[in-house]
Design a protein around this ligand. Sequence first.
Ligand code: EPS
Length: 401
Amino acid sequence: MSRIRFLTAGESHGRALTTIIEGLPAGLEISETAIEHELQRRQRGYGRGDRMKIEHDRARILSGVRYGVSLGSPVSLLLENKDWINWTEKMSVTPVEHPTPPLQMPRPGHADFAGMVKYRQDDLRNLLERSSARETTMRVAVGAICKKLLEKFHIHIYGHITRIGSVTSPFSVLNIPSRHFKNPDYIKEFATIFKQVEESPMACADSAATTAMVALVDDAKQQGTSLGGQFELIATGLPVGLGSHVHWDRKLDAQIAAALMSINAIKAVEIGLGVQVAHLPGNKVHDQLYYTEAGGYYRGSNNAGGIEGGMSNGEPIVVKATMKPLPTMIQPLDSVNVATHTASTAHYERADVCAAPAAVVVGEAMLAIVLADALYEKLGGDSIPEMLHNFRGLSNVPLGW
Ligand code: EPS
């Protein structure tokens, strides 16, 4: 990330979560309503725990915006945890007379064990509060702003669930002929698919798969276990040449993979065909190139997922991320009491049976952040008008041979 940087702070049951975003251009419309819309999407999903009934996530803009428009100065956001009133003693910043007894049975799969050893903590509360996926509220808020930036350039990001446990959705963007995305009428039709995704409690484009996924979540809840999943993200409207082949940390696919792997519980990220490329010969993998006078360049397929040599190639970017089942379960796994070294079961507290539909929204946000940064790096400037001017200029630059 070279232009847009952000930090987040806050504990899951602390007073609030905050972020400072540095490097945004001036002249971008930013509203609390647009941020709230994305935060509400993150709270959705069948299988979420009771915390989502307590919270109504809203972020207040504290700086960097005047009359609804960014100033180019750091934008800071504050999201207050409604649940905080129930945790003022347990999460007090100042010492309390009667601290709560320490939690000493690490949950396998969570940050508890490694974090307790690394930070020399005897209370796993000191780890879980920050390792909780509640931190992703701030990423979604930053992503909401980056989505607005991208929309100025007609770049749109979509996400949907492709798998929950054993149930898969038949819909994948990789099955849509690549040239359709050059057709503005198709882009409108494509957007309507995602209206169905918004209506699905599992953020899934297929209604039969949604029903089966809901039943699977019910079953997992009954059994006191949890479920992971897989989702596909798509970015349309990108110009050719975001990222670069010249250095490892400038490769766009590497930046996207790192951003998505940083989301809680994500264990794998694939671009385009992803791991399937190992099974296929070259002539079935690479996207053949064609040209028409009217429409310019187009591809026979988009198996590369819109990225070749670490650069966007003008096709939709398609990324898949895989999420593990959450490690907090009503039927807990074997663990050890770290104070007594005796066999025990892992700590349990309120959790989600399945948070994959929410992770789609976090994935969209992280993709938006990376792409907004890459676009800004490509276009330069300090304001939206300057970026738009440079964007229009891109297509006028002749090829160098
Ligand atoms: C989350 C809030 C948390 C959990 C979940 C994500 O709320 P609480 O811990 O108060 O029930 O629902 O956290 C985890 C999945 C985790 O592993 O910690 C949220 O806002 O997304």
